[in-house]
Design a protein around this ligand. Structure first.
Ligand SMILES: [Zn+2]
Length: 375
């Protein structure tokens, strides 16, 4: 079946979504974005389940094509939260078109990709042309590690034959077949406060201890093994003339495989104080397991390649990327997962975030082709 793409209509649809700013922690804003998605599927022969948000996060929306019947099917995953605070649109990153580029907060990561996947899903649902049941899951909290959507994603994936993720394409349209695993930790040091002039010798500095911990943690980075550790946030102390009692940091860990995840998680959780007068407390662990390219993922990728060839372009995949996604959860369950099916572009999470107009049509066709041929 031929696919007609109304590109101006798609661009204005993407604009509508991008202009509904939806930073993860702004529950009302993210729910307004979910409202838009819900309105955009209202005319389709689908069932819609809106799962109320928990723990201060917004709702999840689960949309199923009805005609394709029961049994294992395809799950499409799109997160509709972004990292950009409300006001970014009026300030640093207004929606605008410059040649082939469409700029806007969350346009590349990942409203452009979510929108084009929904367009493909709309067409397939209307034509009743999928061979398998298709479940489209829109989630509100990916940018902070999917704390409230993970169980929904995993429950749907366990019943699925394939998972397709609409995260941005990479390096000129490549899809993603593997991702590093991600660990997140918080380290606190608790020292003994004292007046920095009168009682210096009685103090035990939480900052001094943390300085040594930071070097130890960052020293775990091993590029040859694909392991990186990053202390991304640090805070501590109260005043220039007080030996600091408290300091804390966040640690980001990236690993290539499950074994490295277990090993480095244990190393970070097992950090000991250098100064016995200071306590070290570590919490956290692996958040997203590694997404390793299995034989079944390779088969799925080759199928997508054949679909792309039929459309008229050559599809490639990236080398293992360091960025995690919800595809990590589903791949780790052993469900063949193809990621990076979203819009091509660049600048995720920055003020020059943009998607490429020229990628909208081929990638909409690719998504529709996958939905119509996977069985
Ligand atoms: Zn994303």
């Amino acid at each position: 079946m031929t696919l007609s793409i109304n590109l101006p209509a798609m661009i204005s649809g993407i604009r509508r979504w991008v202009e509904a700013e939806s930073p993860t922690r702004d529950t009302a804003a993210v729910n307004r974005m979910i409202d838009l998605v819900q309105a955009d599927v209202a005319d389709l022969p689908v069932s819609v389940e809106r799962v109320p948000g928990r723990n201060g996060f917004a709702d999840n929306l689960i949309v199923r094509n009805q005609a394709a019947g029961e049994g294992a099917g395809i799950v499409i995953l799109s997160h509709i939260d972004t990292v950009h605070p409300v006001g970014t649109l009026r300030g640093a990153l207004p929606f605008r078109r410059d040649g082939d580029r469409l700029y806007g907060p969350g346009l590349f990561d990942m409203k452009g990709g979510a929108y084009l996947a929904l367009e493909a899903f709309r067409q397939v649902a209307k034509a009743n042309s999928a061979k398998l049941p298709v479940t489209f899951v829109f989630t509100p909290d990916e940018e902070v590690g999917s704390p409230t959507s993970r169980h929904i994603i995993e429950a749907e994936a366990k019943r699925a034959r394939y998972v397709l993720v609409t995260e941005p394409a990479r390096d000129g349209g490549k899809v993603v077949t593997s991702r590093k695993g991600v660990g997140r930790f918080e380290v606190k040091t608790i020292g003994v406060p004292a007046h920095s002039g009168a009682r210096h010798q009685d103090g035990r500095s939480a900052i001094r201890e943390m300085a040594r911990q930071v070097l130890a943690i960052e020293g775990l980075t091993d590029y040859a093994r694909g392991v990186t550790t990053t202390v991304g946030v640090i805070a501590g102390g109260t005043a220039p003339n007080v030996i600091p009692q408290h300091c804390h940091i966040t640690v980001d860990l990236r690993v290539r495989d499950v074994a490295a995840g277990t090993e480095f998680e244990a190393k970070i959780l097992g950090l000991e104080p250098f100064d016995p007068g200071v306590k070290v407390e570590v919490t956290g662990g692996m958040n997203r397991p590694p997404f390793e390219k299995s034989a079944a993922i390779d088969v799925l990728f080759r199928h997508a390649q054949a679909v792309a060839r039929g459309i008229g372009f050559e599809l490639e995949h990236t080398e293992m990327t360091g960025g995690g996604s919800d595809g990590n959860f589903t791949a780790a369950l052993g469900v063949p997962t193809l990621d990076g099916l979203g819009i091509d572009g660049d600048g995720a999470h920055t003020e020059w975030e943009h998607g490429l107009i020229s990628s909208i049509e081929p990638r909409t066709r690719l998504m529709r082709g996958l939905l119509e041929t996977l069985q």
